[in-house]
Design a binder for this molecule. Sequence first.
Ligand SMILES: C[S@@+](CC[C@H](N)C(=O)[O-])C[C@H]1O[C@@H](n2cnc3c(N)ncnc32)[C@H](O)[C@@H]1O
Length: 283
Amino acid sequence: MNNVWSENVQGVMTLYLSRKLRFDDVFFEQYNQLFNIDENANIKILEIGCGPGALAESLHRWYPKAQITAIDRDSKFISFAKENISGIDFREGDAINLPFGDCSFDITISNTVQEHIEPTVFWGEQLRVLKPGGVCLCLSARKGLQCIAPCLETTATEKEFWKSIPQSENELEKYGVARYPMSEAELPASMEHNGFSDVSVGYAIIDLTPDASKYPAQMAKSMIEAMRQSDLEAIHSVHSDCAERVISAVNAKYDERLRLYREGIKQWDTSVSVTMILRGVKR
Ligand SMILES: C[S@@+](CC[C@H](N)C(=O)[O-])C[C@H]1O[C@@H](n2cnc3c(N)ncnc32)[C@H](O)[C@@H]1O
């Protein structure tokens, strides 16, 4: 049983809800163009470091004929995915020693995983399990834009709460988070250096602005709820006895954000993420 990531780095709902939005069907065209996958082919796709499974779930809708396997080291993510998402073979497994034979997949894909795994192993294992002519897709989060609504600013109660929680320095380093960061120039070079051919790069821009009229009310509300769940999950993760007051404060501010949305009082808060998409071929 390995719950290192889900208990110390990012919780199940934080990842699932934020990725469900980032891989919403409204953004399909952007991804599809860069993935350059035949939508009607009977291909075998492997997602590496799938977390609670939101990308695999979208891939299943977007490429209905594909046979999708998705692995992650974290047991909690895999049990959530198995319970909540159908049509995908979710398995616990390690990217540094993929539990699959050579030349088994047409596509390998990962989102925000590369920076946590030693590059020669990360690329090498994918090269091994891909069939000749197979494609490796590596999605990597880059700097985006964040603008917070005034009603969602950190409250005094939250500040007080977080001050009372002992934080050890380099907490994330301890769990091997982002040990191998690479710049926009280094990433494709690393992919090529580690054996992939025809490497190409593109960027998907995912704009999550609840007040934008292009988004239906349900999606706008999901954007606000995803932020609420992420804040609540962070509070629950520290197992403090004084959590109740801060939970009420957090709920109150997101309830207020939803009220403003319902009443059409625009805040124009936004989260724009930039995802670098690398595509390389095994020759
Ligand atoms: C930033 S999260 C991204 C999760 C998912 N791709 C998403 O976008 O929601 C990184 C994920 O990589 C997984 N991970 C890290 N190292 C791994 C390894 N060696 N083998 C398998 N999974 C790994 C973690 O458990 C975590 O789920």
